[in-house]
Design a protein around this ligand. Structure first.
Ligand code: C2E
Ligand code: CA
Length: 710
């Protein structure tokens, strides 16, 4: 070897050692870093990780090497990583995510992703910073901004949020919300004699007592000083608010010792109830405070409702319990039956038994009023037994008389459904009355199922095995039980009246209804809509494949004798069905508040192979749409009440198959753009329209129509 050769080798050895040292040093730096360094190869697998990374994730290095990075963060699939890598050209990418640690916990991290070229192909370097402290701090700040620091109760901000939500929810479900304003008596005197430290402790203790009284969904919040606001979510009846107010006051009034002093606190409570006393947060709070002032002036400091008339009413209602007890013994309870109609045939296929109370002095008392009370007092159990027996006996009597067979539907309350021996009771009633189990359907609500999913599934299974059918009432009004639905052997879903009411005008209600029908059918369950009051609603439901309907449009709930007449064919339903729908010709709907245009349109389209309907307002048009299958809608943009953009927006959601054409004289570009974007219009016609223009536009639209289903 030459001299220079030897020198070279020595050089190389030196270089290698330096490189090794260099790498070792780098490794040490990286290992001492307090961030996790993870090298991810092109296949999305972990090629390297530093000491801190192993330690913070709770893995040995060997456990991580070669593993897919998605094991730490399932969101970052190889495909996603490839996308991120492509975006790196524009600079490092930063995002927040959670890493799955070895002990099963999750670690919030901020990841800064950069490109790395290590010689064996492009890699990604993820530098991950533990942000759990930052997250905890954020959570703490969030808590502080929404809670009262003294008692830990929600503050005004959170209260308003909760109250708004409760009101929105109650509006949808036709329920009540109670707002109670509770104010301590002589609090200022207490502060003066005991000092702030002691009264702070008093407030904390009182807060704890208040929380102990209300249900988990209710809200207790502290406002300034010694005022507490309590929101009672989903009240079933107003007098329940006064009962809870009574209990809150009792809880406050229990003597306690603070700073060595025995204290006898007391509170005045005012009650406002949504919707009667207000429909927004401010009004309800104001009215509850006003009622509290009245309570303060009351000789015995009794809780007061905002509407003075409620006070006497609530006390009277308390007497109702005794009356209801007697009603059960006397002959004051009876059942009415509401027919259920199959849409495809127009036949009465079922009847729902609905309880009636004919009180000698009060007259007819609605079940909506006394069932909550019967549930609270447990009276619903003997009443429920009576209902089941009477309804089954009646159904069997109809069968024995040779009348068309029908299904008898009986509502069960939560308390009844929770009886462990329910199946035995049902079996006994069926045996006594002779009614086959298959002719009975028990109706329960979603909320009843969700109380104890396991027990409910078992009970439904037992009833099913006997042959009894189950229906789910109020479907769609709450509880995300969709996931559970498959687990319950339910035969039928009932779409709640609150959705049916606005089904032809409110896209949200229509969408929910469609979703329920689709869901039910995909699970091979039948759907019945209740509260059908108009032809528009019937047509809408029928078009969308709903199986059965029930409602005033066909018949109110009837005494047994009247339903006998109907079943025997001696009387007809108020609105029988004309059987299957007849095929309708292609239809165009013209909507304009200006009758000159609608009559112009009619004459222009007279000789076209289509039917023309006219409406002079959005509302009228929605009614026509509900009753008729429409293929093309031509609507003016500027109309009073509901403008064309709003109208077309609704039709887009309600009748997506119809072609929508917007008509306008005012060519405000912005309003046009808005309506195109929101209303999803297909075409725009500028006023004045020539006959030729209207004719060709409508022809083109009709040519594109989707033929009716079936
Ligand atoms: P629900 O189960 O939703 O019963 C349907 C209610 O809607 C009945 O009110 C019925 O008269 C009414 N209805 C039917 N068609 C229409 C319509 O087209 N428009 C309108 N606006 N209402 C319609 P009802 O009879 O006052 O019963 C109220 C609630 O009382 C029932 O609601 C049910 O939850 C309960 N209920 C009635 N009978 C019994 C019973 O025997 N046992 C139990 N546990 N609950 C019962
Ligand atoms: Ca029902």
């Amino acid at each position: 070897m030459t001299d220079s050769g030897q020198r070279n080798t020595a050089h190389e050895a030196h270089d290698d050692r330096r490189a090794a040292l260099h790498e070792q040093r780098l490794r040490q730096i990286v290992d001492q870093a307090t961030d996790a360094f993870i090298v991810i190869d092109a296949a999305g697998c972990i090629a390297d990780v530093n000491a801190h990374g192993c330690q913070s994730l709770g893995y040995e290095r060997e456990q991580l090497l070669g593993q897919p990075y998605a094991r730490l963060d399932p969101l970052q699939t190889p495909a996603r990583l490839a996308e991120l890598a492509a975006e790196l050209a524009a600079g490092p990418q930063t995002f927040e995510t959670r890493h799955h640690c070895g002990d099963g916990s999750e670690l919030p991290v901020e990841v800064r992703l950069g490109a790395l070229d290590t010689g064996d192909g492009p890699c990604l370097l993820a530098i991950c910073r533990d942000i759990s402290e930052r997250r905890a701090l954020e959570a703490q700040l969030r808590f502080q901004s929404t809670h009262d620091s003294l008692t830990g109760l929600p503050n005004r901000n959170l209260l308003e949020d909760r109250l708004n939500r409760a009101v929105a929810h109650a509006r949808r479900r036709s329920r009540l919300v109670g707002v109670l304003c509770l104010d301590l008596i002589r609090f200022k005197q207490l502060v003066d004699t005991l000092g702030h430290t002691a009264t702070d402790e008093l407030l904390r203790q009182i807060a704890r007592r208040l929380i102990g009284i209300v249900r988990p969904g209710d809200t207790v919040s502290r406002q300034a000083g010694d005022t507490f606001i309590i929101v009672l979510d989903e009240l079933v009846a107003e007098e329940r608010a006064s009962q809870i107010a009574g209990r809150l006051r009792e809880a406050v009034a229990t003597p306690l010792t603070v700073a060595g002093q025995e204290i006898y606190p007391d509170a005045s409570i005012g009650i406002a109830v949504f919707p009667r006393d207000g429909s927004d947060c401010d009004t309800l709070l104001r009215h509850a405070a006003a009622a509290m002032q009245r309570a303060r002036r009351h000789p015995r400091n009794e809780p007061q409702f905002y509407a003075a008339a409620m006070n006497t009413w609530a006390t009277e209602r308390l007497g109702l319990e005794g009356k209801l007890r007697r009603a059960l013994d006397g002959r004051e309870l009876m059942l009415h039956y509401q027919p259920q109609i199959e849409l495809s045939t127009g036949r009465i296929v079922g009847a729902e038994a609905l309880l009636r109370w004919k009180h000698p002095e009060l007259g007819m008392v609605s079940p909506a009023e006394f069932i909550p009370l019967a549930e609270e007092t447990g009276l619903i159990l003997p009443i429920g037994d009576w209902v089941l027996h009477t309804a089954c006996a009646q159904a069997q009597a109809w069968r024995a008389a040779g009348l068309p067979e029908l299904r008898m539907c009986v509502n069960l309350s939560a308390l009844q459904f929770a009886q462990p021996d329910l199946a035995t009771r049902v079996a006994a009633v069926l045996a006594e009355t002779g009614l086959p189990a298959t002719a009975l359907e028990l109706v329960i609500t979603e909320s009843v199922l969700m109380r104890d999913v396991e027990a409910a599934a078992a009970m439904i299974g037992t009833l099913n095995d006997m042959g009894v059918q189950l229906a789910l009432d109020d479907f769609g009004t709450g509880y995300s039980s969709l996931a559970y639905l498959k687990r319950f052997r339910i035969h039928r879903l009932k779409i709640d009246r609150s959705f049916v009411r606005d089904i032809t005008t409110d896209p949200d209600d229509a969408a929910i209804t469609l979703a329920v029908i689709a869901l039910a059918h995909s699970l091979r369950k039948s759907v019945i809509a209740e509260g059908v009051e108009t032809e528009e609603q019937r047509h809408f439901l029928s078009e969308r494949g709903c199986d059965e309907v029930q409602g005033f449009y066909f018949s109110r709930p009837l005494p047994a004798a009247d339903l006998t007449e109907l079943l025997a064919g001696r009387r007809a339903l108020a609105n029988g069905l004309a059987g299957a729908e007849t095929e309708e010709p292609p239809t165009v709907l013209l909507v304009d508040d200006d009758p000159v245009f609608t009559s112009f349109g009619c004459s222009v389209l007279r000789n076209e192979a289509c039917r023309v309907l006219c409406a002079n307002s959005g509302r009228e048009a929605l009614d026509l749409l509900a009753r008729n299958r429409v293929d093309v809608i031509v609507s003016d943009l500027v109309m009073p009440e509901m403008d064309g953009a709003d109208f077309l927006r609704r039709t887009r959601a309600l009748y997506p198959q119809a072609c929508r054409i917007m008509l306008s004289g005012s060519t405000s570009l912005q309003s046009l753009i808005d309506s195109i974007n929101e209303g999803g219009i297909h075409k725009f016609l500028e006023k004045p329209v020539t006959p030729e223009r209207l004719r060709t536009t409508v022809r083109e639209a009709l040519a594109r129509r989707t033929p009716p289903a079936g």
